[in-house]
Design a protein around this ligand. Structure first.
Ligand code: GTP
Ligand code: MG
Length: 408
């Protein structure tokens, strides 16, 4: 079902709209992210189209004049796929396909495609497949029919043409089958998790590409796949980590993203159990990303969805080596100072100062900067949980700074 990795980059066009809640600048930021997603999926963005609208057109999302421009461009430039930043309704997708006669993807379809491409274990593949079928179900009628000749590439690594003529019932059956399969795996995983004993469990969470796996590798000396693409990690890796003499379990899991498709949140439920069952979260943030504050909000929103907001959390601001505030030239009297101009020192005096009792850390996992701070903070937090759980063990784990004193 999930097939195909295409090495040649497919030519694509991106489309987004400017509304009263989303100005041109915001849209460009979102399209930057969409372009990164497209690249991750194996596409090259040839052009971006945007239109100012009060609300999307219920039939074709963008207006007909703009649609003509897109069609002309796509025909002349050998465009294989047109990708929309927002979720299209099944009807919109069908209508637009009829007009443009090429592959039409929305953000959800694109993310699902990347997940399909990246899912390696049978567990991850089953979860992705379930999400793909859930996404496909309302879109079945009339889908793909005029696309036979153009199969392959982005958006086609999923349930496709074999399902064209078949009816919804078959897809429904497939969905319930996959759900059963997942339930079985879930039970096995639950048993496995149960066998891990009483160690404190810590989970790395954060937006995609912030450096979770890199940090995991640094502190656990393990080898988790890290890459400058989105969703490098889809499975959960759990490692035993020991700081000083204090052991705990650390898990690295799938990254979050703005508007993470609900189908994926649901079908990745058990991968996310690792987060739900954690005693402590390390929320990793890429502070060098211009949108990092919005990323934090997206992550918190997903944490809320999986009922994990409000757990003990340490905020870890990563990539301080790459952080570059924008600079206002001395003779520039017009530009107003915004948070984009803050130095790290200034940032530390903002709301960051208030996250849970100084629970903010500033590190570079890549250059191993401030890792001592990181170890200390994590040690203290894990110790706190440990001695609350096992008060009689108190003497085993002294405060971080007192560790080893007796020996010296
Ligand atoms: N400059 C800089 N780059 C970093 C740092 N930490 C990680 N990176 C880079 O950021 C990219 C993403 O790192 P990953 O560790 O794969 O990120 P992740 O959060 O696991 O990403 P997903 O698994 O996709 O959610 C890689 O190219 C890393 O080399 C850092 O401290 N500074
Ligand atoms: Mg990762």
């Amino acid at each position: 079902m999930i097939e195909k990795t295409d090495l040649s980059y497919e030519r694509t066009v991106l489309i987004g709209i400017v509304t009263k809640d989303q100005d041109q600048e915001k849209l460009e930021e979102y399209l930057d992210e969409l372009e990164f997603l497209t690249y991750t999926a194996g596409g090259e963005v040839i052009k971006r189209f945007s239109q100012r609208m009060d609300r999307p057109d219920p039939k074709t999302f963008i207006g007909s004049g703009k649609m003509n421009d897109v069609k002309e461009f796509a025909d002349e430039n050998d465009i294989g796929a047109v990708i929309f930043d927002d979720e299209l309704s099944p009807a919109q997708q069908k209508n637009i396909e009829k007009i443009l006669k090429c592959k039409i993807l929305d953000r959800t379809g694109l993310i699902l495609d990347i997940f399909a491409q990246r899912a390696k274990t049978s567990y991850a593949r089953t979860q992705v497949e379930l999400a793909q079928y859930e996404y496909l179900l309302p879109r079945l009628a009339g889908m793909w029919t005029h696309l036979e000749r153009q199969r392959g590439g982005i958006g086609m690594r999923g349930p496709g043409e074999t399902e064209i003529e078949t009816d919804r019932r078959i897809v429904r059956d497939k969905i319930s089958l996959l759900k059963k399969k997942l339930e079985t795996i879930d039970r096995q995983m639950e048993v496995q998790r149960g066998n891990r004993g009483q160690l404190v469990r810590v989970a790395l969470v954060g937006y995609t590409n912030v450096g979770k796996s890199t940090l995991m590798n640094v502190i656990s000396k393990s080898d988790v796949f890290a890459e400058n693409k989105l969703f490098a990690t889809l499975d959960t890796t759990v490692r035993k980590v020991v700081i000083r003499n204090l052991p705990f379990l650390l898990s690295d899991t799938v990254g979050f993203i703005r508007k993470l498709p609900t189908q994926l949140v649901e079908s990745f439920k058990s991968t996310l159990d690792e987060v739900r069952e954690a005693d402590l979260l390390l929320h990793i943030v890429d502070i060098s990303h211009p949108n990092f504050e919005e990323h934090i909000d997206s992550v918190n929103q997903i944490l809320t969805e999986i009922k994990s907001l409000g757990k003990p959390t340490i905020m870890v601001f990563n990539k301080i080596d790459a952080y570059q505030p924008e600079v206002i030239e001395e003779d520039d009297l017009i530009t107003e100072k915004t948070s984009a101009h803050y130095t790290l020192k200034e940032w530390k005096r903002t709301w960051m100062n208030k996250v849970g009792d100084g629970n903010a850390l500033f590190i570079s996992a890549l250059n191993k900067e401030n890792m001592e701070d990181f170890r200390r903070k994590v040690y203290e937090a894990v110790r706190e949980i440990h001695i609350t759980r096992f008060p009689y063990n108190n003497f085993l784990y002294p405060e971080y700074d007192k560790y080893g004193e007796e020996k010296e």
